[in-house]
Design a protein around this ligand. Structure first.
Ligand code: FNR
Length: 368
C-alpha cells in the first residue's frame, strides 16, 4: 500500500508535503498570520512533562471511555476539516470510514466536499458529529441541522470562533480557489457551492465572508438548541469566561480550540488554557474536549491528564488521507492508539479514568 515506511504522524505529514499540490497543501497547512500560535500549539505539548510511575502491574490496558453519556472505544477523534476531497478522491467518506474502523468519533465539516448523506451512508456505524457554521440564511442553516439529524449524526458542533476567517497569507498569495471539479457539496442547488476566488485573495475567506453570519451571539446558541434535540457542543473556546457562558447556555460540551491556529495569530495554545477551563467546569454537565497541535499518542495522554474527556486531531487525518485515503487515516489513528497505549503502560496506568494530573508536570503559569 506504500504506507509501510510511515511509522509516525510526522512521517505522514512529510509524505503529504511532498505529494499534495501547492494550493491544497498551503490551505491545509497554514495558520493565521506569522503562525506563532501554530507553533505554540505544538510546543505546549513539549512543555508538559510525563511523570511515569513504576512497578505497577500493567498487564492490562484499556482505552475505553465515555462521551456524551455513551461508551466510546477511544478517547480521541477526528476534528472537522473542510474540503477533504482535495487530499483524496474519497475525501470525507474515506476519513469517516477510517474513524469507524478504529472506533474514533468523526466530526464532519459543514464545508465538506461530500454531502452529509453520502458520508453517513459510507460510515453507517461510525459515531458521527456534525460541525455547523451558521449561515445568514437561517432557512439554509435549519435545513443543514435537519439533514444531519436525519442522517444519524449524534451531536451538533457549533463553531464559535469563525464569524469570518483569519488571514492565512499563503491562501491570500495563492488566491486560493476550490478546484472546479469539487464543490461545497452540502449546498449544491441550495446556495453558493463554489469557492472561486474573485481574484483579490482567498476564495475560502470570500465564501465565508459572503455567506456566514457574523452577527452571532449567545442568543443564537439558544436558537440552535430550540431547533434541534441533539446535544450542542461549542467549538473554539479559549477563555474561562466563555467556558462558563457555554455551560450557562446549555452546551453539552466545549472544544477548547484555536481552530488549528488559523483564526487570529498569537492566541494561546489550547493546551495551556485547558487547566483553567477544566477547573471551572469540573463537576458540571458540560464536557471538555481539546484540539490543536496533537501529533502523538503521548500528546493525547497529556491532554487527558490535564482533564480533557476527548482529544481531536485535524491535520493528522488529512495527512493520512493524502498518503493513502481510508487506509492512510486508519494507519494514522492506529499509530495514535498504539502510542497512547504505550504511554499509559509506561506511565503505570491501565485505564483512561486513572489518567490525571499526578502523571504530568504542568508549567506553573498555566494553573496560576
Ligand atoms: C480546520 N478546522 C475547521 N474547524 C471547523 O470547525 N470547521 C471547519 O470546516 C474546519 N476546517 C479546517 C480545515 C483545515 C485544513 C484545518 C487544518 C482545520 C479546525 C479543526 O477542526 C481543528 O480545530 C484543528 O485542525 C486542530 O488542530 P490540528 O489537529 O490540525 O493541529
Amino acid at each position: 500500500t506504500g504506507l509501510e515506511g510511515l511509522v509516525c504522524v510526522k512521517d505522514f505529514e512529510e509524505r503529504a508535503l511532498r505529494t499534495l499540490a501547492k494550493h491544497p497543501l498551503d490551505y491545509y497547512q497554514s495558520g493565521a498570520g506569522h503562525e506563532h500560535s501554530l507553533r505554540l500549539a505544538k510546543d505546549a505539548y513539549l512543555r508538559v512533562k510525563l511523570k511515569p510511575r513504576v512497578l505497577r502491574d500493567v498487564s492490562n490496558c484499556s482505552l475505553k471511555t465515555s462521551v456524551l453519556g455513551r461508551p466510546a472505544t477511544l478517547p480521541f477523534g477526528v476534528a472537522p476539516t473542510a474540503l477533504q476531497r482535495m487530499a483524496h478522491p474519497e475525501g470525507e467518506s474515506a476519513n469517516a470510514r477510517a474513524a469507524q474502523t478504529r472506533g474514533a468519533v468523526f466530526i464532519l465539516s459543514t464545508l465538506s466536499t461530500t454531502p452529509i448523506e453520502d458520508v453517513a451512508a459510507a460510515a453507517l456505524d461510525a459515531r458521527k458529529w456534525f460541525q455547523l457554521y451558521i449561515y445568514k440564511d437561517r432557512g439554509v442553516t435549519r435545513q443543514l441541522v435537519q439533514r444531519a439529524q436525519e442522517a444519524g449524526f449524534e451531536a451538533i458542533v457549533l463553531t464559535v470562533d469563525a464569524p469570518i476567517f483569519g488571514i492565512r497569507y499563503a491562501d491570500t498569495r495563492n488566491k486560493f480557489s476550490l478546484p472546479p471539479h469539487l464543490e461545497v457539496a452540502n449546498f449544491k442547488g441550495i446556495t453558493r457551492s463554489d469557492m472561486t476566488s474573485s481574484g483579490t485573495g482567498s476564495g475560502v475567506n470570500e465564501y465565508v465572508a459572503g455567506l456566514l453570519d457574523r452577527s452571532l451571539t449567545w442568543k443564537d446558541v439558544a436558537w440552535l438548541k430550540s431547533i434541534t434535540q441533539l446535544p450542542v457542543i461549542l467549538k473554539g473556546i479559549l477563555t474561562v469566561e466563555d467556558a462558563e457562558l457555554a455551560l450557562k447556555h446549555g452546551a453539552a460540551g466545549i472544544i477548547v480550540s484555536s481552530h488549528g491556529a488559523r483564526q487570529v495569530d498569537t492566541v494561546p495554545a489550547p493546551l495551556e488554557v485547558l487547566p483553567g477551563i477544566v477547573e471551572k467546569l469540573k463537576g458540571t454537565s458540560c464536557e471538555v474536549y481539546v484540539d490543536g497541535g496533537i501529533s502523538t499518542g503521548t500528546d493525547i495522554f497529556k491532554a487527558i491528564a490535564i482533564g480533557a474527556r476527548m482529544a481531536f486531531v485535524g491535520r493528522p487525518a488529512v495527512w493520512g488521507l493524502a498518503c493513502g485515503g481510508q487506509q492512510g487515516v486508519e494507519k494514522v489513528l492506529g499509530i495514535l492508539e498504539d502510542e497512547l497505549r504505550i504511554t499509559m503502560t509506561l506511565s503505570g496506568v491501565g485505564s483512561i479514568e486513572e489518567i490525571n494530573r499526578d502523571y504530568v508536570d504542568i508549567p506553573s503559569v498555566w494553573t496560576s
